[in-house]
Write a protein that binds this ligand. Structure first.
Ligand SMILES: *[C@@H]1O[C@H](CO)[C@@H](O)[C@H](O)[C@H]1NC(C)=O
Length: 209
C-alpha cells in the first residue's frame, strides 16, 4: 500500500490484476526486459485490496485494472452497491470506470471490454477457445509495456486518444493474437509460455504492417 502511494506521487503507471500489481517506472522498457526492469509485486489479490480500499487508487488515472468477469462483478458491487446488470455489460464497465474516477478498466473475457469512463472499446480480435493459466500475466505485462510507450509518446502519437485506452486495446489484441498463433502450433496442449514465445511475431503482425 505504501508503494501505491509513492507511485501515485511520482505519477507512475500502475497495472492491477487479481494476482499482481505492476509499477511501470523505467525508461527503455521492452517486452524482453519487462520482468527484470519493472517493479512487479505478487499480491495475494490486488483487486480484492482495491475493492476493500478503493480510495487507494480512486481518481488516479494512470492506473489500469484488469479484472475477469467474477472479479469485475465483485468490484462493481463494492463500488456501486448494485449487482452487475447482465444485459448491459458496456454500461457496467463504463460506470465502474467512472466510479473509480475514470481510470482504465479492462474486463477480460470472451470479448474484452475496455473503458476510461468516457468511451467503451470492445476487443474481439481472434484468439482461440483455449485460455491458459498465466494468460492474465501476459496481458498485464504487455499492458505495462504498451501503457509505458503510449504514455511516453504522448497524446499526439495516439491521435488525441487517451493513451491508456489505446494501450489497453493494443495489449488485448496482442494477447489474443499470441493465443491464436500458439494455438495453431500447439493446440490444446498450449501453455502461457508458448504464448509468450509468440509475442514478438504477434506484435509484428499487428502493429508493424
Ligand atoms: C469522467 O469522465 C466523464 C466523461 O468524460 C466526465 O463527465 C467526468 O466528469 C469525469 N470524471 C472525473 C472524475 O474525471
Amino acid at each position: 500500500q505504501g508503494i501505491i502511494e509513492k507511485s501515485k506521487v511520482k505519477g507512475i503507471p500502475i497495472i492491477i490484476d487479481a494476482v499482481s500489481i505492476f509499477f511501470i517506472s523505467v525508461s527503455g522498457l521492452t517486452f524482453k526486459n519487462l520482468f527484470s526492469k519493472c517493479s512487479y509485486y505478487i499480491f495475494q489479490d490486488g483487486l480484492w485490496l482495491i475493492s476493500q480500499q478503493p480510495s487507494l487508487i480512486q481518481g488516479y488515472q494512470r492506473a489500469i485494472l484488469t479484472p475477469n468477469y467474477m472479479e469485475f462483478s465483485r468490484l462493481y458491487e463494492a463500488m456501486l452497491r448494485d449487482p452487475v446488470d447482465s444485459s448491459d455489460h458496456h454500461g457496467c464497465v463504463l460506470r465502474l470506470s467512472q466510479a473509480m474516477g475514470n481510470l482504465t478498466v479492462v474486463q477480460k473475457g470472451e470479448r474484452d471490454l475496455i473503458s476510461d469512463g468516457e468511451k467503451v472499446l470492445v476487443c474481439s480480435h481472434e484468439g482461440s477457445s483455449r485460455r491458459c493459466g498465466g494468460q492474465g500475466d501476459l496481458l498485464s505485462g504487455s499492458l505495462g509495456v504498451l501503457a509505458h510507450w503510449a504514455f511516453v509518446a504522448g497524446a499526439e502519437k495516439t491521435n488525441g486518444q487517451n493513451p491508456f485506452l489505446v494501450a489497453a486495446f493494443g495489449a488485448c489484441s496482442l494477447t489474443r493474437q499470441s493465443n491464436h498463433q500458439a494455438f495453431q502450433k500447439f493446440g490444446r496442449s498450449m501453455t502461457a509460455s508458448d504464448m509468450v514465445s509468440e509475442v514478438g511475431t504477434a506484435f509484428n503482425k499487428l502493429f508493424e504492417t
